[in-house]
Design a protein around this ligand. Structure first.
Ligand code: MN
Ligand code: MN
Length: 389
């Protein structure tokens, strides 16, 4: 009953035009404050679109000695069939154990540093350290591990399969625990006593010691290194800088050749700026918000449209070819990832499309005048800065 008040500090479902009325009943004011465009949808919203937002803060935390993980998959966000995401942290020395899975793994380091290891199908290894803004990519079925370095780390893992779960992978501890000891004896040519103390369950994440310098852990490999690097320094990549100073870094198989199943763009949308109205012809978009607050309207067929608000730690989703924008609604930069289960990043800019179409046709279609037609841009904007208002 505490909210049964017409307190002006509490947001109410009343639009500027007077539509709506006070919410005097049970409600979660903190969530209403985080979702102003759901409490008071823009008058342009129409019809029903499924949920396109899920926060990692609403997921189950898997806590282990050595770190934690949580995930947004098709189980949390049913429309997100093409991509699953896992947010993971490792302590200094904490290890995501030696494991593999059917899906490719794409990752970006968000905080701290880690050491990754892998060996490919031709016995070529890859052992490297990754820091903030670095990516890694393990092809499907290729075994790997991740270990936190001195300062620990937090990262985002992305898999091109919405039904993936990181709690459902193939682990080296499981294989040892679930193989008859006499088979292990034959396989390795050592007596059963060598396996007396192996774990009897999957470790998943475990605490170990911070490893020594990278050079001290390199394993000489008679077959050489993997021919295509498994890491990419995305934040160090020269960005596309837009007129307002916002930046875009696109990464796919064109500049990170091993990454044939995931494409991404890392956006920095400055205050007052907006990822321009656009769509992606080739794949659904899975978004991850790293910082700031933003809103997005998704326009679906037949004039259906719904607006959502996003903040750091949220996942957003846009079905293939549905129109959308991402507008910075705060006073700090929005950093966000657009992710696609594809070998290529592709987008269509509304502005560019109109600029490169016979102007008479566009004018007749929209009943607009030269005021708009004269400012259309033949080059893609990616992110536009608000100059009016
Ligand atoms: Mn993995
Ligand atoms: Mn997009």
């Amino acid at each position: 009953m505490e909210n049964k008040t017409r307190n002006g500090d509490v947001p109410q479902p009343i639009r500027n035009d007077g539509a709506g009325w006070w919410d005097l009943g049970p409600r979660d004011v903190m969530r209403d404050l985080e979702n102003p465009d759901m409490l008071v949808p823009p008058v342009t919203d129409a019809g029903s679109l499924p949920n396109l937002k899920f926060s990692f803060s609403d997921t189950h935390m898997q806590l282990n000695h050595g770190g934690w993980s949580r995930e947004v998959t098709v189980r949390q966000l049913p429309i997100a069939t093409t991509i699953a995401g896992v947010n993971m942290a490792l302590t200094p020395g904490g290890v995501r154990e030696l494991h593999w899975h059917q899906q490719a793994e794409w990752a970006i380091m968000l905080v701290g540093r880690a050491r990754i290891t892998s060996v490919d199908q031709q016995g070529r290894n890859f052992i490297a350290d990754v820091g903030i803004g670095d990516l890694w990519y393990f092809p499907p079925g290729i075994p790997h591990s991740i270990q936190g370095l001195e300062e620990g780390c937090e990262f985002l893992l992305v898999f091109p399969d919405g039904s993936f779960s990181d709690l459902n992978t193939l682990a080296i501890s499981d294989w040892f625990a679930h193989t008859p000891k006499d088979v292990l004896t034959v396989n390795f040519g050592v007596p059963p006593s060598a396996f007396a103390h192996i774990p009897n369950h999957q470790l998943y994440i475990f605490q170990s010691n911070v490893p020594g310098p990278l050079e001290s852990q390199q394993v000489p490999d008679p077959y050489g290194l993997v021919p295509k690097t498994f890491t990419h320094r995305l934040l160090a990549q020269e960005p596309i800088v837009t007129p307002g100073g916002s930046t875009v870094r696109i990464v796919d198989s064109a500049n990170f050749p091993i990454s044939t199943q995931i494409a991404a763009s890392l956006l920095e949308i400055k205050p007052g700026a907006m990822r321009e109205m656009h769509w992606h012809p080739n794949q659904d978009e899975w978004q991850y918000y790293i910082s700031g607050t933003a809103r997005m309207t998704v326009m679906a067929p037949n004039g259906t449209a719904r607006t959502f608000d996003y903040r750091a730690g949220d996942v957003g989703y846009v079905p293939r070819a549905f129109g959308h924008y991402i507008q910075n609604t705060g006073n700090q930069s929005v950093w966000a990832l657009e992710m696609f289960a594809s070998d290529r990043f592709e987008d269509i800019s509304l502005n560019q499309w109109m600029a490169l179409t016979p102007h008479q046709l566009v004018q007749q279609n929209l009943n607009v005048g030269p005021e708009l037609m004269n400012v259309l841009r033949k080059e893609k904007q990616f992110i536009v800065q608000s100059t009016i208002g």
